[in-house]
Design a binder for this molecule. Structure first.
Ligand SMILES: NC(=O)c1ccc[n+]([C@@H]2O[C@H](COP(=O)([O-])OP(=O)(O)OC[C@H]3O[C@@H](n4cnc5c(N)ncnc54)[C@H](O)[C@@H]3O)[C@@H](O)[C@H]2O)c1
Ligand SMILES: N[C@@H](CC=O)C(=O)O
Length: 485
């Protein structure tokens, strides 16, 4: 299985895009299909002067950009959205091959990713400063929303299109220019999106994409005076490195980091809906989602009924190659992800967890991992302490609401939380008392372009999507007009 099967194979760029040109180098990084280990291609490993060229071209393009250019930028965004939708089956196939998720999920990711481009192009037209009521007769006060300048973005492999477009669309709508470093595990989706941006008519230098040594490029972004903001999505570990590195420049940062979402099912929940919600939130992208439910708390009174329904639904799911019909889960991204999960399961079993389900209907290639359900988990076990990022469902029980809330809040992370109950008062209490930035109430899939996405605490800061996502790439200018005497 390879990219030759694309309707438009020239969407595959084994290159970086700098100042409107695709650039290749002798030095390369190889890219593999996580499902079968086959090499898919390679991307350049740029050296610091080549990365500098990309930053410089973004700076030049920003200097040439005027607020009056917005109508053209808006047209470019709308054209980009249209091209992405026209090529969605090819783009989904690229995601499926380099990231592993099933084609239907990859297609859903493209539509979700494209929705940010459309949303920011539309919303920006209504974004404006204000004229303020002046307390002084001889002065008038106004605010303007100004673009920050050159923005660097570093994105992960789990949503190779959505994580790029959620940032890029907002920054472009704000009037910024970009240097993107996508994950080296999934570069071809980002490159194809940039090729479509090129076709949509963005001028040279407005969008640049680089690849190479991640740590070195990250450091270069953090230390570069021309880069006014760094927007990062990835692990908490790397987020902390970037924050430390960028502190001396007081560079603006958005950090979209890892989660450890509680999923609470109360005795008054619709159990079928709760099982469906858990499967949706836990097994989307085979568990490799920052908002995936991680610690599953079920009220003691309904635990055995819930578990029975859950295992019945899980038995019908299959794992396999994403490009084959009827596949529910793809592989993990690499061997490291698999070894980590095996280790945490083993350590948790040694502490008393019981394996009550292990999927049998699964492809035999190296990175596949069976959907696994553990019962009798406790909060101290590794499967509850770590962001699992895989298809492992760690079940715990609780006695009452106070206990559930207290245990759910007992983590450093603060991204997403979920609860299922048909009691409206309880749902309102939970929405107030769960200390998470995003809460799903009787719902397992919570993201949309219109809604602010982001975390608190160890899950980072900054918001993507929504009007707040645009503000991340702007600064507010306050203007005071003297009106004479
Ligand atoms: N909160 C969110 O919106 C969100 C969304 C998706 C993923 N995530 C998180 O991302 C993680 C999974 O992604 P990952 O494994 O690609 O994360 P990662 O932190 O390993 O890598 C993310 C990106 O950072 C780059 N990188 C790695 N080391 C770096 C360094 N020293 N300096 C600069 N860049 C560096 C990588 O090349 C990649 O592009 C999970 O923790 C997940 O929860 C969060
Ligand atoms: N799945 C998230 C991204 C994090 O993994 C989303 O819904 O946008």
């Amino acid at each position: 299985m390879n990219f030759a099967q694309l309707k438009q194979p020239d969407l595959i760029k084994q290159a970086c895009y700098v100042n409107g040109q695709w650039l290749t180098t002798e030095s390369r990084l190889d890219v593999f299909n996580p499902a079968n280990g086959e090499q898919l291609g390679h991307i350049p490993c740029l050296n610091p002067p080549q990365v500098e060229q990309a930053i410089h071209s973004a700076q030049q393009a920003f200097n040439n950009n005027q607020e009056s250019d917005w109508p053209q930028r808006c047209q470019q965004l709308l054209r980009w959205h249209q091209l992405i939708m026209e090529h969605k089956s090819d783009l989904a196939f690229i995601i499926c091959l380099e990231q592993g998720k099933p084609l239907n999920e990859a297609l859903a990711e493209i539509e979700y990713a494209a929705s940010f481009v459309r949303w920011f192009a539309d919303f920006r037209q209504f974004d404006h400063g204000e004229t303020l009521a002046s307390p002084l007769p001889n002065k008038q006060f106004q605010t303007q929303h100004a673009p920050l300048g050159v923005v660097a973005m570093i994105t992960p492999w789990n949503f190779p299109a959505a994580m790029v477009l959620r940032k890029a669309a907002a920054a472009l709508a704000a009037g910024c220019t970009l240097v993107i470093k996508a994950s080296e595990l999934t570069p071809f989706t980002a490159n194809a999106l940039v090729e479509l941006a090129h076709q949509a008519g963005f001028p040279a230098g407005v969008i640049n994409i680089v690849s190479g040594d991640a740590a070195q490029i990250g450091l270069q972004f953090c230390q570069h005076g021309a880069i006014k903001k760094l927007s990062f999505t990835g692990s908490t570990r790397v987020g902390k490195i970037l924050m430390t590195q960028s502190a001396p420049q007081l560079q603006r940062l958005s950090l979209e980091l890892g989660g450890n979402a509680p999923f609470i099912v109360f005795e008054d929940a619709d159990l079928d809906a709760a099982v469906a919600g858990l499967i949706a939130s836990k097994l989307r992208n085979n568990g490799q989602t920052c908002v995936a439910s991680n610690r599953i708390y079920i009220a003691k009174a309904v635990a055995s009924a819930f578990n029975e329904k859950l295992l019945a639904r899980l038995s019908a799911l299959s794992s396999g190659y994403g490009w084959q019909a009827g596949v529910d889960c793809g592989p993990l991204i690499n061997q490291h992800a698999k070894t980590k999960l095996q280790q945490w399961i083993k350590e948790s079993e040694a502490l008393g967890a019981e394996r009550v389900f292990e999927q049998v209907n699964i492809a035999s290639a190296a990175n596949f991992f069976p959907i696994t359900v553990l019962n009798k988990v406790t909060d101290e076990m590794p499967v509850a302490q770590h962001e699992l990022f895989g298809p492992v469902i760690a079940l715990q029980t609780f006695t009452d609401e106070t206990e559930a809330i207290q245990r759910a809040n007992q983590t450093g992370a603060g991204l997403a939380a979920y609860c299922y109950s048909l009691n409206i008062h309880r749902c309102q209490r939970l929405s107030q008392q769960l200390q998470y930035a995003m809460i799903g109430i009787n719902e397992g899939i919570i993201s949309a372009a219109v809604s602010p996405f982001g975390g608190i605490n160890e899950s980072g800061f900054g918001r993507e999507g929504s009007h707040l996502g645009l503000a991340e790439y702007q600064y507010v200018k306050s203007i005071c007009y003297g009106l004479g005497n």
